[in-house]
Design a protein around this ligand. Sequence first.
Ligand SMILES: C[S@@+](CC[C@H](N)C(=O)[O-])C[C@H]1O[C@@H](n2cnc3c(N)ncnc32)[C@H](O)[C@@H]1O
Length: 260
Amino acid sequence: MEPIEKKRQESRKTKNSNFYQQQYQDSFVEKWDALIDWEGRTKGEGEFFIRELQKRKSQKVLDAATGTGYHSVRLLKSGFHVHSADGKQNMLAKAFYNGRRQNLLLRTIHSDWRALTKNIHETYDAVICLGNSFTHLFDESDRRKTLAEFYAVLKPQGVLILDQRNYDAMLDEGFSSKHLFYYVGEKVKAEPEYLADDLVRFRYEFDDQSVHFLNMFPLQRDYTRSLLGEVGFQNIKTYGDFQETYKKNEPDFFIHVAEK
Ligand SMILES: C[S@@+](CC[C@H](N)C(=O)[O-])C[C@H]1O[C@@H](n2cnc3c(N)ncnc32)[C@H](O)[C@@H]1O
């Protein structure tokens, strides 16, 4: 078997919380904004996160999964004090560049979630972990550790906002998307090439025919909620596509808002 094909076959089966380090290659990070479509994303989510933060009088926010900086930039522009963390340097570099283009200086922190308190020695009113990022953790111990780290960097009464795809619906009924929220870029075809209850492998095909993959753990909604509770979060509210009431399989995304 060709070495490339062998590598591809291995990554098809990879269920490892560190695999994101390999999957977000420079060539994929360069294309991430085409996948998001910043304007389309703003239309989809409106002022949801800003309102949730304002409701709680949050000022200082840690964007724990900065990616290319979409939420860091939006929140800075809305007057929040934001620190932008991510486990990938290339994502942070792109986020910094995106900030500069809008006359903003992002304060970036390179850190894996599981080592946040080693790298960050301050506390926040809010931690956000958005864009279906938490799904990258494959071991329950890594999920617990991450949530405990988020908890530790929050001030008393601080809030964690963490979202995920609706894997419940995906596993029950197969993949479908309204294509209205989060990743709305028109020039990308995104769909799972493999779907099972311990691994979902998404395939992203761009208009230049380049193809990238992300391996994800299919978090079920109530499982995430119970983990949040077990780590110590309270008053956990889960929205579906930014709405308070919904039928469980209808939304494309769930957004958990949990208080310390
Ligand atoms: C799906 S992207 C989302 C990025 C951004 N929030 C967005 O919505 O466009 C997930 C991000 O989480 C980061 N990430 C994944 N696992 C991580 C970990 N264990 N520690 C820190 N960052 C991680 C990745 O590097 C990537 O930038």
